[in-house]
Ligand binder design. Structure first.
Ligand code: NDP
Ligand code: BG6
Length: 570
């Protein structure tokens, strides 16, 4: 029997079998081609020893572990026999119910999960398999396309979900989980994914227990770690150091779910697959860039967590900064995850450390509108009275490199504001010697070309251009070239967690944060965060449901900028 060797073997191979596989012959050699979800091809050919004779056995490596090689003639079925066990640690929690189980079901529903997979919930709460199924069934939806067999699919999915109650720091409990996993894995090659959907203070306990007692005996073992990754440079380095006592960097998937959002994923396509944008993408044409996040609700239910972190750590240092890095990076050598992360880290390392002068912090206060009362942040019973934690922040950041020298990157993030949204706004420079400038009156800013990438809700990309109003007079109007996703692509957009879970299963690291990226991100914010706390800077109060503190306008004005979201109602 011929034994095959993989030419270029991705970690994702275990799931590649869900895609096409074809066999062909080239001369006397048999070739097998696997085509994955991303249309990447891997070719296999007979393994020969150095003297050219076929070998009796071979192996390949993943995450540093030796793996058996599937044999011809049934590569597809061999691979299809591999197991993937996904353990959601913290399964009783909010994120697991709201996002992780629904995302796993959506992947199953769309046939993206490997043929043999099992999902385990792990937490301290005492639940039976049935109770877990009952709880998660309430949040599963057939939202992508409402096929008739949805309820059957849901039932089939739930039958693959199990629960194990255990303590987070107990190796014995993880050992019991290991036994249950082995039972389901049936002696086959088993790959294991642990999703740490738990508070950060127990990350290391879980990684210690799970890696020592429940790592896969013969396949890969990976850990998705939820944010927050520390509170500052020191605690983040300490967390990384502790995780690396049990795991290699390749096993750690630090999730930032904003990287899994459709329009964030599209940023690189927009830049690098269109001739029209990239030549404009620099200080020569761009006046400022705005990264804006707002929520129209407060910390409801998460005040305890939030008060320890605040909006800068919760949103800016990760979600908005990651978008900024993707936006501003140089062209990567390839689309390979490491090439992209190399470019992102360069941008982050070129950024100026943020100063207190370039930051405004706010906190929402109670407000009554239309007879309805909205609470102040400090009314949350889980928030200490007199807390100075910011629920709003605006900041001006700079990238000191040739491309972006002097261009302000303004960030704004807040809770309990007048609307929910996340967007990137690119304001271009004024047209030099504009022939039509008199038509715009004194306010040339109104004539600024602006590219808006609306990440959510109502995903869209639009470009504000100046246009002649039809008619005999010469009247100009600012109008939008508008790509509204719901009109152009009526199919529902997958949730960010679906993309990220699938990537973690496939070993694709592009959308996860590498430890050097994390260090560089903290280096920008840590001194400011320390200063805010040491000086006990009092946040400017703003009413619940308002547009945020007025200080944000002054900060933008300092750099000759106006917040685009407050002018534009598109
Ligand atoms: P929860 O507070 O709901 O915690 C998840 C589970 O962990 C709980 O069900 C509980 O399970 C266990 N747990 C909670 N507190 C403790 C504690 N002090 N000691 C030991 N175990 C505890 O968290 P979320 O589900 O909201 O979030 C999980 C992770 O994801 C966190 O790191 C969070 O920061 C992050 N995150 C959450 C988001 C969200 O929208 N919820 C969004 C983005 C990130 P049991 O008691 O059964 O063991
Ligand atoms: C999380 C923050 O990372 O992102 C939350 O911890 C915030 O405070 C959430 O509400 C926003 O995510 P999304 O996908 O709803 O915009």
């Amino acid at each position: 029997m011929t034994i095959l060797r993989f030419y270029k073997l991705p970690s994702s191979l275990s799931t590649a079998f869900s895609s096409r596989h074809e066999r062909s012959f080239s001369g006397s050699s048999e070739l097998v081609t696997l085509t994955t979800r991303r249309n990447q091809c891997w070719r296999f050919s007979p393994l020969k020893s150095s003297n050219g004779s076929p070998l009796a056995g071979a192996s390949w490596k993943d995450d540093g572990k030796e793996m058996p090689v599937p044999k011809v003639p049934d590569i597809g079925s061999q691979l299809a026999e591999n197991r993937v066990s996904i353990t959601v640690v913290g399964a009783s929690g909010d994120l697991a119910k709201k996002k992780i189980f629904p995302a796993l079901f959506a992947l199953y529903y769309e046939d993206y999960l490997p043929q043999h997979f099992t999902v385990f919930g792990y937490a301290r709460s005492k639940l039976t398999d049935e109770e877990l199924r009952h709880t998660i069934s309430k949040t599963l939806t057939c939202r992508i396309d409402k096929r008739e067999n949805c309820s059957d699919k849901m039932e089939q999915f739930l039958q693959r979900c199990f629960y194990h109650s255990g303590q987070y720091g107990s190796e014995v409990d993880f050992c019991e989980l290991d036994n249950k996993l082995k039972e389901k894995e049936d002696g086959k090659i088993a790959n294991r994914l642990f999703y740490l959907s738990i508070p950060p203070n127990i990350f290391v306990d879980v990684v210690r227990g799970a890696s020592r007692s429940a790592s896969s005996p013969n396949g890969w073992t990976r850990f998705i770690v939820e944010k927050p990754f520390g509170r500052d440079s020191e605690s983040s380095s300490e967390l990384t150091r502790c995780l690396k006592m049990y795991l290699t960097e390749e096993q750690i998937f630090r999730i930032d779910h904003y990287l899994g959002k459709e329009l964030v994923e599209n940023l690189s396509v927009l830049r690098f697959a269109n001739l029209v944008f990239e030549p404009l993408w620099s200080r020569n044409y761009i006046r400022n860039v705005q990264l804006i996040f707002s929520e129209d609700f407060g910390t409801e239910g998460r005040g305890g967590y939030f008060d320890h972190y605040g909006i800068i750590r919760d949103i800016m240092q990760n979600h908005l900064l990651q978008i900024l890095a993707l936006f501003a990076m140089e062209t990567p050598v390839s689309l390979d995850g490491e090439d992209i992360r190399n470019e992102k880290v360069k941008v982050l390392r070129s950024m100026r450390v943020l100063k207190l002068d370039d930051v405004v912090v706010g906190q929402y206060k109670g407000h009554t509108k239309g007879g309805k009362s909205f609470p102040a942040y400090t009314d949350d019973t889980t928030v200490p009275k007199g807390s100075l934690t910011p629920t709003f922040a605006a900041a001006a950041l700079f990238i000191d490199n040739a491309r972006w020298d002097g261009v302000p990157f303004l960030m704004k993030a807040g809770k309990a504001l007048h609307r929910r949204g996340a967007e990137i706004r690119v304001q271009f420079r004024h047209v030099p010697g504009n022939l039509y400038k008199r038509k715009f009156g004194t306010d040339l800013d109104k004539a600024t070309n602006e590219l808006v990438i609306r990440v959510q809700p109502n995903e869209a990309i639009y470009l504000k251009i100046n246009n002649k109003v039809p008619g005999l007079s010469m009247r100009l109007d600012s109008s939008n070239l508008n790509l509204l996703y719901s009109e152009r692509y009526p199919r529902e957009i997958p949730d960010a967690y679906e993309r990220l879970l699938l990537d973690a299963i496939e070993g694709e690291r592009r959308l996860f944060i590498r430890s050097d990226e994390l260090d560089a991100a903290w280096a920008i914010f840590s001194p400011l965060l320390r200063e805010l706390e040491e000086k006990k800077v009092v946040p400017e109060l703003y009413p619940y449901g308002s547009r945020g503190p007025v200080g944000a306008h002054y900060l933008a004005a300092k750099y000759n900028v106006r917040w685009g979201d407050l002018i534009d109602s598109s």
